[in-house]
Design a protein around this ligand. Sequence first.
Ligand SMILES: O=C[C@H](O)COP(=O)(O)O
Length: 250
Amino acid sequence: MRKPIIAGNWKMFKTVSEATAFFADVKGKAEVDGVETVICAPFTTLPALVDAAKGTTIAIGAQNLHFEDSGAYTGEISGVMLKDLGVKYVIIGHSERRAYFAESDEIVNKKVHAAYKHGLTPIVCVGEKLEEREAEQTKEVCKVQTEAAFQGLSAAQAAEVVVAYEPIWAIGTGKSSTAADAEDVIAFIRDVIAGLYDAATADAVRIQYGGSVKPNNVTEYLGQSNIDGALVGGASLEPASFIALVEGAK
Ligand SMILES: O=C[C@H](O)COP(=O)(O)O
């Protein structure tokens, strides 16, 4: 039985004081039996959030990491540093990083391995661009990205990966995929993982949908048999909305 996981991706929003005020508002309320709650926040806010989250069931995640442990990589943060802070999750291969920071499938795979090296759980993003969807390449794109991300992982590691299927045209646009369409692609991604490993491993992997998820549509996505949660940008930024997302996943 896969536990639903609602992860907020704050992207480049919130100062430390805004983050701690947010956490105080959601503490106790975005903690619901049977649902895992994660906040993936900017690096600067992570120490304060990890501290605030002690004694709660809310896990804190980062939005990126470098694949090396240390070195001359100005501006980068490694898995060693995130683990040292007490971070549990890390988003890898978000489409914004693929688009604006030239993250290739190969780099995504290196980052997934770096996450596991340091005991972090990766939330691996895959998804197609609008032109790829229109050319009916959605499944092929997701297959290539998924196979690349999982390359070299043991079955035990693969089972722990959280995949986020995020059609790029649905991110921050208000144009969400229908629940049925998202279910179709996510079931396909699970089949791809089964092909790489076996049915039991694929069955253990949690696969989220992301792209304009709101409190008023989260239940519909989570009602699909293969959709195990949501990776949420805009609607995760306000406490009331974030709480409603977690409650909607019950
Ligand atoms: O990581 C989250 C996604 O990019 C979705 O963002 P959104 O909920 O603002 O569409």
